[in-house]
Design a protein around this ligand. Sequence first.
Ligand SMILES: Nc1nc2c(ncn2[C@@H]2O[C@H](COP(=O)(O)OP(=O)(O)O)[C@@H](O)[C@H]2O)c(=O)[nH]1
Ligand SMILES: [Mg+2]
Length: 216
Amino acid sequence: MPIKIQVLNNILEMNDSYAAENRSIFEANNSFVMNMMSSPGSGKTTLLERTLERLDPAKVAIIEGDMQTTKDAERLERFGSQIVQISTGNACHLDGKMVHDALADLDLSDIRLLVIENVGNLVCPAEFRMGEDAKVVLLSVTEGEDKPLKYPLMFREAAVCIFNKIDLLPHLDFSLEEARENARQINPQLKFMSISCKTGEGLDQWTDWLQTNMNG
Ligand SMILES: Nc1nc2c(ncn2[C@@H]2O[C@H](COP(=O)(O)OP(=O)(O)O)[C@@H](O)[C@H]2O)c(=O)[nH]1
Ligand SMILES: [Mg+2]
């Protein structure tokens, strides 16, 4: 086997063993764990703000992944949920070990929902499992309908695809139907939601989905 491929396999195998350990910690605490992924600026942190306004913050914990700065964690601090920041430096994604290390700083015993906000990027985050129950991909309607076809792995791995910023649709040529069709080609099982973090449209469906999983 070529050496480069061997090395990559070893990295992914090591990642998977951390992911399995994380998984057993999540199960032992009965925490539903969601890995939130998107391009930078699609609205992950804003959706978390809207989510924390609607759920009991004592039951929610957050792991914030960013290459630089603690800005997102600072935006969420006011809700009072447990938050751990992971600064990835040059790494473009979170991985199983980073999440495993972050778990040392969280008490999951009362946590029904752990949200991991991944580094903003439609490519690498999809490749690294962290032991989560579900991957959620956000796509802002400003990004274009073709993104599921251009970045298929992320859409294949996701359980839910959220189209955000639908308040902007009147100003754009974006077709929700075309975007859904493109994503369905990649992943026929994908569940879709269309939301606006600005107007609140669609957020009930989102929090219903979360609550069903938190109680499950
Ligand atoms: N118009 C509009 N702007 C939004 C919406 N959601 C987020 N934004 C804005 O998009 C920008 C990036 O949001 P942020 O949550 O930081 O994205 P992240 O990088 O994915 O965490 C911010 O200026 C938000 O106010 C939305 O539903 N509608
Ligand atoms: Mg963010």
